[in-house]
Design a protein around this ligand. Structure first.
Ligand SMILES: Cc1cc2nc3c(=O)[nH]c(=O)nc-3n(C[C@H](O)[C@H](O)[C@H](O)COP(=O)(O)OP(=O)(O)OC[C@H]3O[C@@H](n4cnc5c(N)ncnc54)[C@H](O)[C@@H]3O)c2cc1C
Length: 421
């Protein structure tokens, strides 16, 4: 590889994962094209929690200050019983937490973070194309060809598929598995704090745990906006109906909750719901010069607030590997398969653990029986007294995205079955 012929990469999908990967590879010197099926880039109007495993990377990429400026760095993450109003666990995420993980816990508006990544990637020279829907990819003797639904072809040395939970590339090259229904749906809203019901605890992320439901609240944009997410087990979705069926089911799901929670339902847009899906962990995401990242590789339920954070870890790990293997002194573009092989080795067990733990975490949040809920509250409370590091180090501590030799505490191989939850 010479300076006049940089290695070329196609990134499929312009979500948070696609733009993060495109940005880091472009900055290393790759010629990067990003193909997005939608006519315009964008994200839904809702919040995103970003834990230190992700904000360390934003810091490395020079984006953290702007992310914080347009977001909020909360002081606490509080779990509260939605039927009694009592605090169960109150974790300080400043001070010792921030020192231990060398970066803050922040909350950001999705659209702000997405715009920040997209703008920085475009300024760095990533070439973006909208209204380009990739149907299939195929290896050629010295590269990869992406073919679009309207018959166009794009070629490059490597393809990174960041095309989300319904990834066409995953289906074509890796697995015919289907998204798994959680039977839960989410309603979201980010509205002016001044007009939000029960906009309290403005220095915190508050998670109210109710029977087969929960509600998350936190401020955005320096406190100007208040974000609310209501998630409950939907009988209509459980019965296989994806379409919106009106807000009555939403209100009924929170009947047993305290007024502060029931009233807060007025903060969400109750005319639109998101049915929640994940998938089983996949053992392989790489085939030759093609690799999956983000939700295309490891879609997860949102209960650990990690989907976008893991997509950033993917980008950080690719950055480290490409730097070492492709952009190192003796590297060349034919070594992308090696980058992707090592990438999957380094990332699969961790993300499989996040996927499976997120499911278990959701089950613990949504316990319905009073005895189970009491025991759950006692266990969560004891974590508060004994320290939470044993629960958070594997997730937020040093990762290969920081340093390739940074081991996670994850045990297991690529099967995902031997991973501790
Ligand atoms: C209610 C809820 C709350 C969440 N909260 C958090 C949180 O607090 N913290 C967190 O880290 N994560 C959270 N997540 C998860 C997070 O939103 C996702 O994991 C993350 O956005 C995935 O990013 P991605 O780029 O991999 O995929 P996506 O955002 O799905 O992007 C995929 C992109 O690819 C495009 N595309 C798809 N197919 C094609 C094709 N064939 N050709 C071209 N383009 C294509 C799509 O249009 C899209 O732009 C939450 C999710 C939900 C649902």
């Amino acid at each position: 590889m010479t300076a006049s012929a940089p290695t070329s990469v196609i990134v499929i999908g312009g979500g948070i994962g696609g733009f993060a990967s495109a940005l880091v590879l472009r900055r290393l010197g790759a010629d990067v094209r990003l193909l997005e099926q939608a006519p315009e880039f964008g994200e839904v109007g809702a919040g995103l929690q970003m834990s230190p495993n992700a904000t360390r990377l934003l810091k490395r990429w020079g984006l953290l200050d702007e992310a914080i400026a347009s977001g909020v760095a909360p002081r606490r993450v509080v779990f509260r019983d939605a039927t009694t109003g009592e605090d169960i666990l109150d974790q300080d995420v400043t001070g010792e937490f921030r020192e231990r993980y060398e970066a803050p816990y922040i909350v950001a508006h999705r659209a702000d973070l997405h715009r920040l990544l997209a703008r920085t990637a475009q300024e760095a020279g990533v070439r973006t194309h909208n209204s380009v829907c990739v149907e299939s990819v195929a290896e050629t003797p010295d590269g990869v060809r992406a073919v679009t639904t309207d018959g166009r072809e794009f070629t490059a040395d490597a393809v990174i598929a960041a095309d989300g939970i319904k990834s066409a590339v995953r289906r074509q090259l890796f697995s015919a598995d289907e998204p798994v229904s959680s039977e839960y749906v989410a309603y979201r809203g980010a509205i002016p704090t001044s007009s939000a019901a029960h906009a309290e605890d403005l220095d915190s992320v508050v998670v109210w745990l109710g029977p087969e439901c929960h509600l998350v609240q936190y401020p955005l944009r320096d406190g100007e906006l208040f974000n609310t997410v209501a998630v409950y087990r939907s009988r209509s979705f459980a019965a296989g109906r994806l379409e919106y069926e009106g807000a009555d089911e939403l209100r009924a799901a929170y009947t047993d909750c305290v007024p502060a929670v029931r009233d807060a339902l007025t903060n969400v847009n109750d005319s639109l719901r998101w049915p929640m899906f994940d998938r089983e962990p996949l053992s392989t995401w790489n085939k030759g010069r093609v690799c999956l990242v983000g939700d295309a590789a490891h879609p997860m339920l949102q209960y650990l607030a990690q989907g976008a954070c893991q997509a950033l870890e993917d980008a950080g790990t690719l950055e480290r590997l490409a730097e070492e293997i492709i952009f190192g002194a003796d590297g060349d573009a034919s070594r992308w398969p090696e980058v992707f092989e090592r990438f999957t080795d380094l990332r699969q067990a961790k993300t499989a653990r996040v996927q499976t733990t997120a499911r278990a975490w959701g089950e613990a949040w949504h316990l319905a029986g009073p005895i189970e809920r009491t025991v759950r509250n006692m266990l969560f409370g004891s974590a508060d007294r004994h320290g939470v590091w044993e629960y958070t180090d594997w997730l937020y501590g040093p990762q290969p995205a920081d340093r390739l030799d940074a081991g996670t505490t994850v045990e297991g191989d690529r099967s995902g079955t031997s991973v501790r939850a």
